[in-house]
Design a protein around this ligand. Structure first.
Ligand code: CP
Length: 317
């Protein structure tokens, strides 16, 4: 896709046409698992550089790269020269001049990739930055919702839990209303954003059961303690009963609807063991769908013909 951006930091970097094309290519990849359609020579080299823990995102990118016939490089930040004080820009430029075509980057620092907007050292995908965004997770979630209910217009999805520290929730709030999906936010008051700052199509409902009754999908979040920066976070003694979702609760409310979770899930906190093992739970479908969606994203970025990468600004002699 010629117009596809070379920096995917936020859902805002994508037009509706980009998103529709990604959904369609992801479906193609899911329906044709034997294909490896990137016939570039030499084979593209794609690196993941994760400065924060990951099981799903990092490995699904690694699988997606291999399924596309690309070469995968796991850049280990801990043993890299970042630890000797080298800047992120020098690091990315070094990767670019080593012939790496694209880097997927995760960090605990929000908006860290914004500094490269005007001069991109390498093509970059945000694999999750602090509390800001996780755009590829939101895109694979939309792909999963579309698979579950092909006509999403007019549906409602409730996100439960630690909303303000969730980069996935922030990306979903930008993405889903574009497809006519209303979002309800519910959870402990400390974890809810300011109602006055919510985007169109998003509202708060503090009553968990009322939110469930209004929903076509539920989206559960863990308490993201690592992003609480010293704030007390262990005072929710009966979190599951008060704010979480159990299979019994859904049965009692007569709402047997799909339950999504980006992972990692903390069983016994935001959901119970029976729910995660039930057919209502779609977390494993999200994991499965992460591969074709990330294949689509990598393909679109690699094929965008952007020649303006890795430019070294400064005085010329
Ligand atoms: N969904 C998600 O980002 O999971 P990981 O932290 O395991 O990558």
């Amino acid at each position: 896709m010629a117009s596809f951006p070379s920096l995917l930091e936020s859902i805002s970097d994508l037009s509706r046409t980009h998103i529709d094309t990604l959904l369609s290519r992801a479906k193609h990849f899911k329906d044709n698992p034997q294909l490896s359609p990137l016939h570039a020579t030499p084979k593209p080299i794609i690196a993941t550089s994760f400065l924060e823990n990951s099981t799903r995102t990092k490995h699904s990118f690694a699988v997606a790269i291999r399924r596309l016939g690309g070469l995968y490089l796991d850049f280990n930040a801990e043993t890299s020269s970042l630890k000797k004080g080298e800047s992120l820009e020098e690091t990315f430029l070094t990767l670019f001049y080593q012939g790496i075509n694209l880097c997927v980057y995760r960090s605990s620092v929000s908006h860290q990739l914004s500094q490269f907007r005007s001069n991109l050292p390498i093509k970059l995908i945000n694999g999750g930055d602090g509390v800001n965004e996780h755009p590829t997770q939101a895109l694979l979630d939309l792909f999963t919702l579309q698979e579950l209910v092909p006509h999403l217009m007019g549906t409602t999805l409730s996100i439960f839990g630690d909303i303000i520290h969730s980069r996935v929730a922030h990306s979903l709030m930008k993405l889903l209303p574009q497809f006519g999906i209303s979002i309800i936010l519910s959870g402990p008051t400390e974890y809810l954003p300011n109602e006055l700052e919510l985007p169109a199509g998003v509202k708060i409902c503090k009553d968990r059961n009322e939110a469930i009754l209004q929903s076509d999908f539920l989206y559960l979040l863990r308490i993201q303690k690592e992003r609480h920066a010293g704030k007390p976070n262990d005072h929710f003694l009966n979190y599951l009963e008060k704010y979480g979702v159990s299979l019994e609760l859904l049965k009692n409310l007569n709402k047997t609807i799909p339950v999504l979770h980006p992972g990692p899930a903390n069983i016994g906190t935001e959901l119970d063991g029976k729910l995660i093992r039930s057919s209502l739970y779609k977390g494993y479908l999200q994991v499965e769908n992460s591969i074709p969606m990330r294949m689509a994203i990598i393909e679109a970025m690699l094929l965008n013909n952007d020649q303006n990468i890795g430019k070294i600004d400064g005085e010329q002699f």
